[in-house]
Ligand binder design. Structure first.
Ligand code: UN1
Length: 495
């Protein structure tokens, strides 16, 4: 029998009010049920928000260093249980064990960063323009944060959002993706074990339509942090307008790796394989386009196709697997539809292109790593996010053309340039329009203590990660203390 999981509201594990449930299944072996979860609706969200609102009044008064102590404890527990969580994650969403371990590690890094931030949360003091008057700006908590997360980083992304939210003194209503509810529940259990008080974190399972919308529209939720598709991000922006919530969005990408004629081609090859086909292409930072210099085009494509065809598909729990399945049937259908679209547009498939079958793959959502050549910048496969193991190759003749091609998308998350020429590297850093630029590094692999996010339709200007996320989860309050004993009028008495 599959394990039964619950919502956590006000410190109590409970079913959905409706009693309805849904299943989470293993994408490498769809007949395996990982767990059964409450299918929640607005009433469950209302209860969670009420709990979070009540808890906020106490939690905001807990000294930030004490909140940080709990974060460090969470980090310790994640270290102890890293392997168990990684295995559950591979079973629940399919990526290979090395990667799910990395995902947990990103959560650990985020926990320890938050722990130390408890003793910083720096404000500023500035001189006043008047004598005997003190001016400072301090960070204050905001209230209840609605956290809505995707399935591709079931540990890292919820921790990126929840740990800074809670460390900053907010409370949380968490709706994880319905493809990865088991990992999310384990994370919340660990947070409770580490000493997060009841009501400070609440988890409500279910779909975006019922639970997500209820969170976004709730009048008592002050903040929304969402990672997912650009279409949903736009809808959240509209739906949160009536209550003027503060909203942080991490949305789609169409990331590219440029390989110049002076690049170390072996290095660039390792980079493109990892960036395009790691996580089966299901990262918002995944490399979806290769922008390749004409002078090395034939040589590099030979190298790339040879290696791509050898990639070993399989269950991510097996030690020799390099590429796991897509997360679900819908995702594989999307990939198949783009394979068709690319062919209709006139691009050529030189590797992959089909559903992967045989060799124990039939029970899961596997698709061959696929490479398109003869891709023109105006094709849909050059512009739209696919979120699967599909790479579009574009040929260019100069750095300028490469950067223009790279920028030719509505997205702007991650970008990469392989070159040995420092002048080219810095020119690209200046001209590429993206939130992240890597030199001689693939488009994936952002570190937890650096700003993470994108420009254009990848987001709305906020950054996760590092010190920057604390600007989202706290409000600046300006404080003036006049100790002159008289009325001093700024801008008037001193001029
Ligand atoms: C995502 O795909 O949404 O930079 C996040 C990376 C990872 C995070 C990806 N550290 O690829």
């Amino acid at each position: 029998m599959a394990q039964k999981y619950h919502n956590l509201i006000d410190g109590k594990w409970q079913d959905a009010r409706s009693g309805e449930t849904f299943e989470s299944r293993n994408p490498a072996n769809w007949s395996e049920v990982v767990g059964v979860f409450p299918k929640s609706s607005k009433v469950d969200v209302d209860a969670a928000v009420a709990a979070a609102r009540a808890a906020f009044e106490k939690w905001r008064l807990v000294p930030a260093p004490a909140r940080g102590d709990i974060m460090r404890k969470i980090g310790d527990l994640l270290v102890q249980r890293k392997e168990e969580i990684a295995r559950l994650m591979t079973r629940e969403m399919g990526k290979v064990l090395a990667e799910t371990r990395g995902d947990v590690q990103e959560g650990i890094d985020t926990a320890y960063y938050a722990g130390s931030e408890g003793r910083r949360l720096f404000g500023k003091t500035v001189p006043s323009e008047l004598p005997n008057k003190f001016a400072m700006a301090i960070r204050v908590p905001i209230g209840v944060a609605g956290i809505i997360t995707p399935w591709n980083f079931p540990m890292a992304i919820p921790t990126w959002k929840m740990f800074p939210a809670i460390l900053s003194g907010n409370t949380v209503v968490f709706k994880p993706a319905s493809d990865t509810p088991a990992v999310a529940t384990l994370l919340v259990e660990i947070m409770m074990e580490a000493g997060v008080p009841p009501g400070v974190v609440n988890i409500v399972h279910g779909g975006g339509g019922a639970v997500g919308n209820a969170i976004v529209q709730h009048p008592d939720i002050d903040l929304i942090s969402f990672t997912g598709s650009t279409a949903t991000g736009k809808q959240i922006t509209r739906d949160s307008a009536d209550t003027l919530k503060r909203v942080s969005l991490e949305l789609g990408g169409k990331n590219a790796q440029i390989v110049m004629d002076d690049a170390d081609l072996d290095l660039a090859l390792d980079g493109i394989l990892w960036g395009a086909f790691g996580t089966t292409g299901q990262r918002c930072t995944a490399t979806s386009r290769l922008i390749l210099h004409d002078k090395v085009y034939d040589k590099f494509m030979d190298m790339l196709v040879g290696r791509a065809k050898k990639l070993k598909l399989g269950d991510g729990l097996k030690a020799d697997t390099e590429v796991g399945p897509l997360v679900n049937e819908g995702q594989r259908k999307t990939v198949q539809s783009y394979v068709e679209i690319g062919q209709k547009e006139g691009a050529n498939i030189i590797a992959g292109g089909r559903i992967a079958q045989g060799g124990g793959l039939d029970g899961g959502w596997f698709h061959e790593p696929t490479i398109f050549t003869d891709v023109r910048p105006d094709m849909r496969i050059a512009k739209e996010e696919i979120f699967g193991p599909v790479l579009s190759v574009l040929r260019v003749r100069s750095l300028e053309e490469a950067v223009t091609t790279l920028n030719n998308t509505v997205y702007g998350l991650s970008s990469s340039l392989y070159t040995r020429d420092i002048n080219k590297a810095f020119t690209a850093i200046r001209d590429i329009r993206a939130g992240i630029t890597y030199i001689n590094v693939p488009t994936i692999g952002a570190e937890a203590h650096m700003p993470f996010g994108g420009v254009k339709q990848t987001g709305n200007g906020h950054r996760e990660g590092g010190w920057t996320v604390y600007d989202f989860f706290s409000e600046w309050k300006a404080v003036y203390v006049d100790y002159s004993g008289k009325l001093q009028r700024a801008q008037i008495d001193n001029y």
